[in-house]
Design a protein around this ligand. Structure first.
Ligand code: MN
Length: 219
């Protein structure tokens, strides 16, 4: 089940969202991919750690073999074909693993001194601004956000560990957790660890992440 906020955000930004089923065969998936103007990888459960060569941490949750297969392929193809890509939360993790990177499987137990990056959804609003991020000057992200800092929500217990080539880290939280990556020189590849789909209605800079994707996909 894809959160309806992603659909709302893409539509508000001027795009027409199409949801890709997770049980498509490889041939159908490629035919569908070839017709897309751009790709948004959404949030969700954890990527199977065996894909990046690790035993699962006990708190790894929500693994789906079908979803991993489909999204890892879509992420690789998007990078190969220079198709505009916005990767959100699980999406930034899928993008990194697809290109050969690894993940911190559980921030609270594996990163000493980390800030809280996940909260109780029953008591904390999805738009709660949990921490700041510092954004690399001159990056695509800084151009889209129009700032070198942002306040973001945080709903992840995993994060990027070894960053795959050719990804470049362009935002971090104050505790050094990787919060955004892009591919320098590619038209539009951007991954963010936060959830702009829960922020775009109140923070114009977060809507711009989606409008930038749609503009790149329309070019
Ligand atoms: Mn965070």
């Amino acid at each position: 089940m894809i959160g309806r906020k992603y659909v709302d955000a893409v539509e508000t930004a001027g795009g027409v969202p199409l949801i890709v089923p997770h049980n498509l065969s490889g041939d159908s998936l490629r035919l569908l991919f070839d017709r897309l103007d751009g790709l948004l990888l959404s949030g969700g459960g954890d990527v199977d750690p065996s894909i990046y060569g690790e035993e699962p941490h006990p708190d790894v949750d929500g693994v789906s073999a079908d979803r991993d297969r489909v999204e890892l392929a879509l992420a690789r193809w998007a990078v190969d074909q220079q198709k505009p890509l916005l990767a959100i939360c699980r999406g930034i993790q899928v993008l990194n693993v697809a290109l050969g990177g690894t993940l911190v499987q559980d921030i609270p137990s594996q990163v000493a001194g980390a800030l809280p990056h996940h909260f109780d959804e029953k008591t904390t609003p999805r738009g709660y601004l949990a921490h700041s991020v510092s954004i690399e000057p001159g990056s695509l992200l800084s151009a889209v956000i129009q700032s070198e800092a942002a306040s973001v929500n945080s709903w992840h217990h995993q994060s990027l560990k070894q960053v795959a080539n050719p990804l470049r880290v362009v935002a971090e939280s104050p505790d050094g957790i990787i919060e955004a990556v892009e591919i320098p020189g590619q038209r539009f590849v951007l991954g963010v660890q936060w959830h702009p789909e829960w922020l775009f209605e109140t923070q114009p800079e977060m809507l711009r992440l989606f409008t930038a994707l749609i503009e790149a996909a329309s070019a």
